[in-house]
Design a binder for this molecule. Structure first.
Ligand SMILES: Nc1ncnc2c1ncn2[C@@H]1O[C@H](COP(=O)(O)OP(=O)(O)OP(=O)(O)O)[C@@H](O)[C@H]1O
Ligand SMILES: [Mg+2]
Length: 250
């Protein structure tokens, strides 16, 4: 066993440094993010809450390398993705980052299993192994029996669970989920959160955007955004009281 003194302090999987994002210019300029600092460590699940338009999706797409900040840095596993070339960024997105979109984004011409296997195949995993992993990920979502269906042959909730399987397949270290429970009934929503929680307990870092206090309660920390800035943060121990307070306001 190594002595504590020889252990490195844990490095965050995701680090956002003084992040800003301005959409548009001139009269239509929108300051979607105004100086966000955030670090998410291995094993941690962070919930992001805030009113509609407060910048939650903007924060998540930039953290996942799908959009670029106006200024500031995004560091994923020691790589500054704002400075990375396209190839490095694409490889990082396939290997390290799992992303669940607000509106699923499945490829209509591919079956559920093919959708889930795609990022693995793009990354050089053999088709057979990628399919095996995809089926396992679908089974985790109780969707093994729908592996060969196309998205338009599934309900909204089933499609959302396929999208979640696609984000969790392989060994992604950073899982970003934008309202992943939106199309799910509350029981299925809870089971999706349990899976996300389990993935974080196994060492991944997770960021979950949600409007629902009961889903945010699965997180270690809740970050509240308003007008593109962090206005409050909780520790897990305070989360329940804060969330109860918030829920009571609704
Ligand atoms: N492509 C864009 N062009 C111009 N403005 C944008 C664009 N995307 C987002 N915005 C603006 O940036 C702000 C933040 O939007 P964002 O989508 O991040 O909010 P959100 O917190 O995810 O909201 P919701 O809860 O409704 O999903 C909003 O004022 C929005 O109108
Ligand atoms: Mg959004």
């Amino acid at each position: 066993m190594s002595s504590p003194s020889s252990q490195q302090p844990p490095q965050p999987v995701l680090r956002l440094k003084n992040l800003t994002r301005v959409h548009g210019s001139g009269a239509t300029e929108v300051h979607a993010l105004r100086g966000i600092d955030l670090a998410v460590f291995p094993g941690e699940l962070v919930a992001v809450m805030g009113p509609s338009g407060s910048g939650k999706s903007t924060l998540l797409t930039i953290a996942g390398g799908l959009d670029s900040p106006t200024s500031g840095q995004v560091i994923v596993e020691n790589t500054d993705i704002t400075a990375a070339d396209r190839k490095t960024l694409a490889a990082l997105r396939r290997r390290s980052i799992g992303y669940v979109f607000q509106d699923y984004n499945l490829i209509p011409a591919l079956t559920a299993a093919e959708n889930v296997a795609l990022p693995r195949e793009l990354d050089g995993t053999s088709a057979r192994k990628a399919r095996r992993e995809a089926i396992a990920a679908l089974e985790e979502m109780d969707l093994g029996h729908l592996a060969d269906r196309f998205p338009d042959e599934m309900s909204g909730g089933q499609q959302q669970r396929v999208a979640i399987a696609r984000a969790l397949v392989g060994d992604r270290r950073l899982v970003l989920a934008d309202e992943p429970t939106g199309a799910l009934d509350s029981e299925t929503g809870e089971s999706v959160l349990a899976l996300l929680r389990a993935r974080c307990d196994a060492g991944a870092a997770g960021v979950l955007v949600t409007h629902e206090p009961r889903f945010a309660a699965w997180a270690d920390r809740v970050v509240f955004l308003r007008d593109g800035a962090v206005v409050d943060q909780t520790l897990r121990s305070d989360a329940d009281s804060l969330l109860t307070g918030q829920a009571a306001e609704r």
